[in-house]
Design a protein around this ligand. Sequence first.
Ligand code: CTP
Ligand code: ZN
Length: 153
Amino acid sequence: MEKKLVISKIKEGTVIDHINAGKALLVLKILGIGPESRERVSMVMNVPSGKMGKKDIVKVEGKFIGEEELNKIALIAPKATINLIKDYEVQKKFKVTLPEMIEGILRCPNGNCITNSREPIAPKFRVFLERDNVVAKCYYCGRKIKEVDRFIV
Ligand code: CTP
Ligand code: ZN
């Protein structure tokens, strides 16, 4: 008998697949899924994947998360695939695309940046790829972040 890892299919909702191994918790954070959330959420970390070696998967039931919100995931999981599920079938499948600008997810590491002052200015970053790595640059002070994981709030 073939030994196969089975994760339940869902009836309706959003499946985020091909997340870089270990990043599922950050994906939940980016999507604002936490103690207050009411949706049924399941997650697996470090499962074998043909293309990626190991990967994480997140399933949010009963909710179709918007494309703009989902694209923010590209910050930490540029290869993530989104599957919108209806009646157990994949209705729509797409890859996340890195937004040009990110607001409110990253904090600026520069203590002197206006976004860290008393001014009510939300952090804003230009986002781009540099040798296949996601890099963010503060819109206000120009500080560059190479390890975006560490500055997600
Ligand atoms: N999925 C699910 N519930 C469903 C249908 C699909 O949770 N009712 C999940 C699958 O477990 C998988 C993802 O959605 O993680 C994509 O499903 P599918 O397109 O059927 O799988 P693959 O062909 O393997 O996807 P890909 O080609 O993107 O690797
Ligand atoms: Zn800054």
